[in-house]
Ligand binder design. Structure first.
Ligand SMILES: Nc1ncnc2c1ncn2[C@@H]1O[C@H](COP(=O)(O)OP(=O)(O)OP(=O)(O)O)[C@@H](O)[C@H]1O
Length: 282
């Protein structure tokens, strides 16, 4: 059983990876990702782009080691070809003990995490949950300071620590979910649409939190996001997926300038129409 190696470089290595959902209701297995390969250097921040259904969430959940996390069997992801490793741990056959070890170092923000916070816990307990699950001995004072700093960055008053998810707005719940994904100080973070459902005024606060985290931890990050503010503030390299295949990869400016693929061109145009010019013209 391999233990995670925190100094692994590249931190994430994917080779010829294919992923499928199991056959159900008499149908066939669905191949969501096919023959994808890339590496992410230690400390790099990469964005995964692509239209809806292109395989971004599937790939990200697999890389986070959470392929089998979904309760229903039909939502479990199976590697049908190739392999991927994160912090030197192969994900192809991740046993229970390796899973427990790896997920302590790999933060994961699933899509729409704000909507699935445990309803019976208050925000304080929700934030502490990942730590309490793993250890009873932690420095409460130090952790309290870190939580207070994060709450300040995302503009949530400390009084909200006593609130339950139903008492928060959708955007506030999402901010809590993003904070929770950082609570174990993960050297690798995979985040699926961190600003989804958050209003325009508060989106920059999530970007700021991730930037703060990156500055203090030099974490390797994979972000699924088409949020221009997020891309501009954090991302160097992008991967573009279409129908489960990798169709573009490179520096964010280069890829949109040289795009010879119809989809990448349309995506670049859509981003430029917002504020992408600010990056492209630098
Ligand atoms: N449990 C499942 N069973 C079968 N197919 C699935 C399952 N979950 C997702 N898929 C399919 O896998 C493909 C990739 O889905 P995925 O959610 O990874 O795409 P995505 O790029 O993240 O899309 P979005 O941007 O809408 O989240 C889609 O065609 C989707 O319908």
């Amino acid at each position: 059983m391999a233990d995670p190696i925190l100094t692994s470089d590249p931190a994430i290595r994917v080779s010829d990876l294919s992923l499928a959902y199991p056959a159900h209701a008499g149908g066939r297995a669905f191949h969501a990702v096919e023959g994808v390969g890339f590496e992410i250097a230690r400390g790099e921040v990469l964005a995964l782009l692509g239209e809806s259904g292109s395989g971004k969430s599937t790939l990200t959940r697999f890389l986070a080691g959470r392929a089998r996390d979904a309760g229903e069997k039909s939502a479990r992801i199976k590697a049908t070809g190739g392999d991927a490793s994160v912090l030197g741990v192969s994900l192809r056959r991740l046993g229970r003990r390796s899973y427990t070890k790896l997920t302590a170092y790999v933060g994961f923000l699933a899509q729409d995490s704000g909507a699935t916070l445990p309803p019976e816990k208050n925000v304080g307990d929700i934030l502490l949950e990942p730590i309490v699950e793993r250890s009873r001995n932690f420095d409460r004072e130090q952790l309290g300071e870190r939580i207070a700093e994060m709450m300040d960055i995302v503009a949530l008053p400390l009084s909200k620590l006593q609130s339950y998810p139903y008492e928060l707005s959708k955007g506030q719940r999402q901010r809590v979910a993003v904070m929770r994904s950082l609570i174990l100080d993960p050297p690798v973070l995979l985040a699926d649409e961190p600003t989804l459902g958050v209003d325009a005024n508060n989106r920059p606060r999530i970007v700021e939190l991730l930037r703060w985290y990156r500055e203090r931890s030099a974490a390797t990050m994979v972000l699924i996001s088409h949020d221009i503010g997020m891309l501009e503030a954090l991302v160097q390299e992008v991967l573009v997926l279409q129908e489960g295949r990798l169709i573009g990869q490179g520096d964010i400016n280069e890829i949109f300038r040289q795009a010879d693929h119809g989809y990448v061109q349309r995506l670049a145009q859509a981003l430029r129409a917002t504020a992408y010019d600010e990056i492209a013209d630098e």
